[in-house]
Design a protein around this ligand. Structure first.
Ligand code: PMP
Length: 387
């Protein structure tokens, strides 16, 4: 029997991380920091593990963690959420996405996706019985126009899945772009599944605007966050969902049969972390921005056509501008010949795109970045770049 997953390749993140291990490469592919997140948050998780409780928490999440979610989004994004009816804890942003898509998309529904897109979206939409309709974001700023949207929105459109800040494009969408998208969602009566897992990782003082706060979108948005990204603890897989009760109730019905719940000690620690004040989140951004500046500056000096990163752990290099017409093949060569792993953006498209771009993760410690850059310098020399 064929399912939506049968013919899928292994996710590009695992492919490149495996290649990185095989070639003893510096792994600037998969997006995880070298260093673990704040010790106080880990200590709260450790204490809660020993002290308990360690039995099934409530299906929607621990009551106090859900209060912390509502408090957090009130403080940072001016959202007014009822913790008891409008928040839920999941096992990662990934499970939140799966729950939302499986719960809200049915046979014959069309779902608007924006490519390059996080690679989980399309298989989940198909598994739910839906048909993806793709908007190809316009390089270099990964923008879209009203015409781009009108080409794919139809009376059959049930939902959009929209990622902001964008992984892999590393842009943060402005209120103008969000309002344009909102206009179409309202006109076509569409639910917006908004993957905002990178909401706190934005640079240069750029504001992050949640789709839920855009006029007309409050009750048609399923907002998805990830504690992994907020606290540099990507292995924890704790997701945060916010949605109006009719949507949240539906999403919870999928969640109850996917994971039902999430380890209680991690929920307790995430609740503690969500109550951190603005200075924690400012220092998270500052530390990552220093790494971004270091990596992007060094790559620019070597002659790589690197684009500025507005948010996320990533920066992208337009290898198409170097005459390379197969980013995946080039990424493999970079691992095998030069010992640096990256992620080719073609993996995030339904068909081979006209662009050829690599994504590099700069959320690494100094030693990893320096060794990665030294190897990229050797590659630059071989490619005949100016460095
Ligand atoms: N969406 C996007 C855009 C992501 O980048 C990631 C993590 N790389 C996820 C979802 C998954 O989040 P989590 O690790 O919390 O499942």
């Amino acid at each position: 029997m064929k399912t939506a997953f049968a013919d899928l390749p292994v996710t590009i993140f695992d492919v490149m991380s495996t290649l990185a291990r095989d070639h003893e490469a510096i792994n600037l592919g998969q997006g995880f920091p070298d260093d673990d997140g704040p010790e106080d948050i880990r200590q709260v998780a450790a204490d809660a593990l020993i002290r308990g409780p360690n039995q099934y928490p409530p299906m929607l999440g621990l009551a106090d963690t859900r209060v912390a979610i509502a408090e957090h989004y009130r403080a940072f994004q001016a959202l007014d959420l009822d913790p008891a009816r409008e928040t839920m804890v999941t096992s990662g942003g990934t499970e939140a996405l799966a729950s939302a898509i499986l719960a809200l998309v049915g046979d014959g529904d069309e779902v608007v996706l924006f490519q390059p897109m996080y690679d989980a979206y399309a298989p989940l939409v198909r598994r739910a019985g839906g048909t993806p309709r793709h908007v190809t974001l316009r390089a270099p700023d990964w923008s879209f126009t009203e015409d781009d949207l009108r080409e794919v929105f139809s009376p059959n459109t049930r939902a959009i899945v929209f990622n902001n800040p964008l992984n892999p494009g590393a842009v943060v969408y402005s209120a103008d772009q969000l309002e344009l998208l909102a206009k179409l969602c309202i006109e076509f009566d569409v639910v917006a599944i908004c993957d905002e897992v990178w909401e706190h990782v934005v640079f240069d003082g750029r504001p992050f605007v949640s789709m839920m706060g855009v006029p007309g979108m409050r009750d048609r948005t399923v907002k998805i966050g990830s504690a992994g990204k907020m606290f540099s603890l990507t292995g924890w897989k704790v997701g945060l969902v916010a949605a109006a009760p009719p949507l949240l109730n539906l999403v919870a019905k999928a969640h109850q049969f996917l994971t039902f719940t999430t380890p209680p000690n991690l929920q307790i620690a995430v609740g503690y972390g969500l109550r951190k004040d603005a200075s924690y989140f400012a220092s998270l951004r500052k530390a990552l921005q220093i790494k971004r500046d270091y990596f992007v500056g060094a790559m620019e000096n070597m002659g790589y056509p690197i684009r500025q990163s507005e948010g996320t752990y990533f920066a992208t290099v337009d290898v198409g501008a170097l005459g390379i017409d197969d980013d995946a093949a080039f990424a493999k060569r970079l691992v095998s010949d030069f010992g640096v792993a990256s992620i080719p953006l073609s993996a995030f498209y339904a068909q081979k795109p006209s662009t050829n771009v690599l994504r590099f993760c700069f959320a690494k410690n100094q030693r990893t970045l320096d060794e990665g850059l030294a190897r990229l310098r050797r590659a630059a020399r071989e490619l005949g770049l100016k460095g």
